[in-house]
Design a binder for this molecule. Structure first.
Ligand SMILES: [Zn+2]
Length: 325
């Protein structure tokens, strides 16, 4: 994502089982125990920052995950495998981005779905690609290198993967859709920012729109000094109430020193296409990160406790939104 100037902002119009031991007595009066997953809104498991941190480690071990890299395709395979393992239906949205030199990037969004969509849908998204360059690195010679993306990329994905794990034995009473976007961070290098999210929103079926209760985008949430402010574009109009609801959940959980109820940055990220579609959308990002788009965005900058704070706020948000019917 990138920070945008006030001028640029002015130019952007945000048109925005219980594993139920279910006893069945059959005609022969033989009692059988059949595990049944019942619709519900909360997991009995607790979000673990350590477990999410493992997911950051795994992603980083693939190497840089910029489009076209081996790490990028390895991560795609890993995401599909894990999400299927957690009982989600996995859909792939392939798309191609043509470059000015005549070549093209083969890209894909990965969407994992679970639950009862007829009761509403909650979308949680993060970008899984990492930046192909390190334009903010102190060393000019390193600025053409792809980043490791431990925070910018891997942290958001790790939180979503841990949420998927948490819900592996749950059949949510609403549609829980986890969106893993490609090509967020090719902006200014190979094309626009948030290409995957834009592509996804452009293909959202009209009849789904009224069912969507909210969209939560997560990015750069691993910084040890976790301070997440309202992002200006998502603290506006219809999305303002939704954003404040999520921050209030953070406060109720005792995390008001991390979820700060004041506006700070204007950020271009994967939330923008959803805002433009008029959906209640929030962006959870700690944009005060010294290693942004540098070679220093590495695993040692990521804190399990920060991942845990964000993960627990999101787990509670899923529960609250699901329970609200
Ligand atoms: Zn980035």
């Amino acid at each position: 994502m990138k920070k945008i100037s006030k001028l640029a902002i002015a130019g952007i119009s945000i048109v925005l089982v219980v594993l139920l031991s279910f006893s069945i007595t059959n005609v022969n009066l033989i009692e059988r125990r059949i595990p049944i997953v019942t619709p519900e809104c909360n997991s009995s498991r607790v979000f673990s920052g350590e477990s999410a941190y493992e997911e950051v480690l795994i992603q980083v071990s693939f190497g840089p995950r910029n489009p076209g890299s081996k790490g990028h395709s390895d991560l795609q395979d890993y995401l599909k495998l894990m999400l299927s393992d957690y009982g989600f239906t996995v859909e792939v949205q392939p798309f191609v981005h043509k470059l000015s030199n005549g070549s093209s990037l083969t890209l894909q969004n990965i969407v994992a779905k679970k639950g009862n969509e007829s009761n509403g849908i909650l979308l949680l998204g993060a970008h899984y690609d990492t930046r192909p360059i390190s334009e903010n690195d102190e060393d000019p010679e390193k600025r053409n290198l792809p980043i490791s993306g431990a925070n910018d990329g891997a942290s958001g994905v790790a939180v979503l993967l841990e949420l998927a794990k948490l819900n592996s034995k749950v059949d949510p009473n609403i549609g829980l859709w986890l969106l893993f976007f490609d090509a967020e961070d090719i902006g200014g290098v190979y094309g626009p920012y948030s290409l995957g999210a834009s592509t996804y929103v452009s293909t959202l079926e009209d009849e789904l729109i009224p069912l969507i209760k909210g969209v939560i985008i997560v990015d750069m949430v691993g910084d040890s000094n976790l301070e997440i402010f309202y992002e200006r574009n998502s603290h506006n109009g219809l999305s303002r109430e939704f954003t404040e609801q999520i921050w209030a959940i953070g406060s109720n959980l005792g995390y008001s020193s991390s979820f700060k109820p004041e506006v700070r940055h204007n950020v271009i990220d994967d939330h923008i296409p959803f805002l433009q579609k008029g959906l209640p959308t929030t962006l959870i990002i700690d944009f005060d990160y010294d290693y942004w788009h540098t070679q220093q965005d590495t695993i040692d900058r990521v804190s399990p406790s920060s991942l845990q704070i964000v993960g627990r706020v999101l787990a509670k948000s899923i529960e609250v939104i699901c329970s609200s019917g």
